[in-house]
Design a protein around this ligand. Structure first.
Ligand code: C5P
Length: 215
């Protein structure tokens, strides 16, 4: 089989990372969570202030495979911290900055150069990997997305409720869809996948089946 790239975009909490990770595992591909990269820069911004936006060359973001896919920011493990409320409520603002996008997009393009990558985010099919052999635009109703995210939040010991989560998700989508540079939008050639009434297995198999046909 020839190796392909798979781009998976969509709004917050549509199931992108769970399903992307599983598809990558099945194919023996590398999974790249671009949201984690924007979150890591946001964490640094919160800690160090706005000057970091102009000195991003010093910012190193790497992924450590195995052991649940750890995210390292300048060698420091920030896997849990980047999911915090503080980061989540600020990430859409920070990811709208041109310098941040330029820096991370070029890093992501390098990661996709060799093919054999499943990458998820908001602008992968449109901007990062416009030549990806398979593009999926994954969506689900806001209610279902909030309900799924609530389970994750509870697991992490957060006491956020469903109303707060729904509001947070809707606000983040709005910012992501309306920003000037590479907003969240379905690429013309992306396949629409609505997971509202699907199990994880069903969504995974849907993508794997199309992927096999492209290899
Ligand atoms: O995927 P996740 O929800 O972790 O992404 C967090 C935020 O990072 C998004 O709400 C969006 O503002 C930003 N993002 C982006 N472009 C990407 C991936 C994420 O702007 N490719």
């Amino acid at each position: 089989d020839k190796k392909i790239n798979i781009a998976i975009d969509g709004p917050a909490a549509a199931g992108k990372s769970t399903i992307s990770r599983r598809v990558a595992e099945k194919l023996g591909y590398i999974y790249i969570d671009t949201g984690a990269m924007y979150r890591a820069v946001t964490l640094l911004y919160i800690e160090k202030g706005k000057d970091i936006i102009d000195s991003l060359e010093d910012v190193e973001i790497t992924f450590k495979r195995g052991d649940g896919n750890r995210v390292l920011l300048n060698q420091r493990d920030v896997t849990e911290e980047i999911r915090s409320e503080a980061v989540t409520s600020k990430v859409s603002e920070i990811s709208s900055f041109e310098s941040v996008r330029n820096y991370l997009v070029s890093m992501q393009q390098k990661l996709g150069q060799e093919r054999g990558v499943v990458m998820d985010g908001r602008d992968i099919g449109t901007t990062v990997l416009p030549e990806a052999e398979l593009k999926i635009f994954m969506q689900a109703s806001p209610r279902v997305r909030a309900a799924r995210r609530l389970i994750e939040e509870k697991d992490r010991g957060s006491d956020i409720d469903i109303e707060q989560l729904t509001a947070q998700i809707i606000k983040r989508d709005e910012l992501d869809m309306n920003r000037e540079i590479s907003p969240l939008v379905k690429a013309e050639d992306a396949v629409l996948l609505d997971t509202t009434e699907m199990t994880i297995d069903e969504a995974e198999n849907f993508i794997l089946e199309i992927a096999q046909n492209k290899m």
